[in-house]
Design a binder for this molecule. Sequence first.
Ligand code: FES
Length: 118
Amino acid sequence: MIGNWLDIGPINQIEAGTARTLPVQGGEEIAVFHTLCGEFFALVNKCPHKQGPLSQGIVHGDVVTCPLHNWNISLRNGKALGEDEGCVPTIPLKVDAGRLYLLRSAVIGGGEAGARAA
Ligand code: FES
C-alpha cells in the first residue's frame, strides 16, 4: 500500500502558514503548503496566471495569494478565486504518523513528465 505513496518527510519541516518546494525529476516542481489551521496541501508550484511561484505567496485560510499579481488560488482544488479564471493541478497528499505522503502516480506520472518543450 505504502508503495503508492511517496514519503516526503516529517510534517514539522513546514512551518504553519508557509510552503516548501519539492523538485520533481522530469516534472513540475511541487509546492507543499501548511495552513495556519494545520492542514496540508500540495499543488504544482505555478500560478495559473503567469506561472508565479505559489510557494512564495501568502497563505490565508485554505487560499494562497500569488506573489506576482495577487491572484487568490484555492489550495483545495487549485482554482483561481473571484473573477480570475484558471486552475493549477493539485497532488493528493496524506498525513500519516507525523509524515507527509504524496500520491506517487500524481508526482511521477504528472502528465507532462519528460515531454516539456520549455
Ligand atoms: S502569476 Fe500569479 S497572479 Fe500573475
